[in-house]
Design a protein around this ligand. Structure first.
Ligand SMILES: [Mg+2]
Length: 320
């Protein structure tokens, strides 16, 4: 059986206009374990390859009515994309001298007809190896991207990523004319140092993870949550207005305060203080820094006023 890693069954497209050859190819590839989709012209082949969940492997006859196999290769390479589709072109002997054309069109390999079954099987297997390597590369790249943008402890955005999101939101809002609908909440865990000193850093880490989870459950679906540093979190919100901002912030605050956290054998009550700010109209340049600075001042006022509370810029507690 031509099963790939993890017993996976590969789909293989066979495009061949001659009935006898198509039947033979289908029978062979099925016997090697492939799930064969057989079509009799290039137009159908292209449809299959451009459809949802397309076969990743294709054996295309060169000479076919409608679109020939090489043209199919060209069109696939024009639009695609990931994941890669491995294309093998079948040629009659007299077409051999034009092989460069097929390769230039994006064919990965070619075979001369009449096809030797064993050779075809090995060529397809070589294609599968390429596809598997590509998949591993994509996976590795995704893992790197996750590492580069997420905080390893809490799994939320890291500082760089959340600041990038804020910049993008500001740019987007200013393109749409109004900038005032971007808001930030700066959140700090109250007395975190004391907890850390008393229970140790591992427990401190667990608390941060729980806090991040509860912040995430408190925000709206399109709000973004990041770890700004240490025990500080930054939430980027848009389209909420001042009252909306206060509502979300209060929901986050109560979400943390209403139930203590279980950490090891301890039950630890945790509270957070939140400072919030909204973007003012027409100040895109340096807006992110200013926004964070103002939210930070509001956070400081929340701490001063006794912690476990939400204070937005403009509230009386915030000193000019
Ligand atoms: Mg033909």
């Amino acid at each position: 059986m031509a099963l790939g890693t993890e017993g996976r069954r590969w789909k293989l497209l066979v495009a061949e206009d001659e009935l006898v050859s198509r039947t033979l190819l289908t029978r062979l590839a099925s016997s090697w374990g492939y799930e064969v989709i057989a079509v009799e012209d290039g137009v159908r082949a292209l449809e299959m390859l451009e459809g949802d969940d397309p076969p990743r492997l294709a054996v295309l006859d060169w000479m076919m009515p409608g679109l020939d196999g090489v043209e199919v290769c060209r069109r696939i390479r024009d639009v695609r994309r990931e994941p890669y589709i491995y294309l093998i072109v079948l040629t009659a002997l007299q077409e051999r001298e034009k092989l460069v054309e097929a390769l230039e069109a994006g064919a990965d390999d070619f075979l001369t007809k009449p096809v030797q079954p064993h050779e075809l099987e090995l060529r397809i297997r070589a294609g599968r190896r390429i596809l598997e390597l590509e998949e591993q590369l994509i996976e590795a790249r995704e893992a790197l991207r996750e590492l580069a943008t997420h905080d390893p402890l809490t799994r939320i955005w890291n500082r760089r990523a959340i600041l990038e999101i804020l910049d993008k939101e500001i740019a987007r809002a200013s393109r749409k004319g109004g900038t005032a609908d971007v808001c930030v909440l700066m959140i700090d865990v109250d007395h975190f140092k004391a907890v850390n000193d008393r229970l140790g850093h591992l427990s401190g880490d667990q608390i941060l993870t729980h806090v991040a989870d509860r912040i995430r459950s408190g925000v709206r679906r399109h709000d973004e949550v990041g770890r700004y540093g240490g025990e500080e979190f930054l939430v980027v919100l848009s389209g909420c207005g001042e009252e909306g901002l206060r509502t979300v912030a209060e929901r986050i605050r109560t979400g943390v305060a209403e139930r203590p956290f279980n950490v090891g054998d301890h039950t630890i009550p945790v509270t957070i203080s939140i400072g919030g700010a909204r973007m003012s109209e027409g100040t895109v340049e340096g807006a992110a820094t200013s926004l964070i600075g103002r939210a930070d001042r509001a956070l400081y006022a929340a701490k001063e006023a006794g912690r476990n509370r939400v204070i937005l810029e403009g509230d009386p507690e915030v000193q000019g």
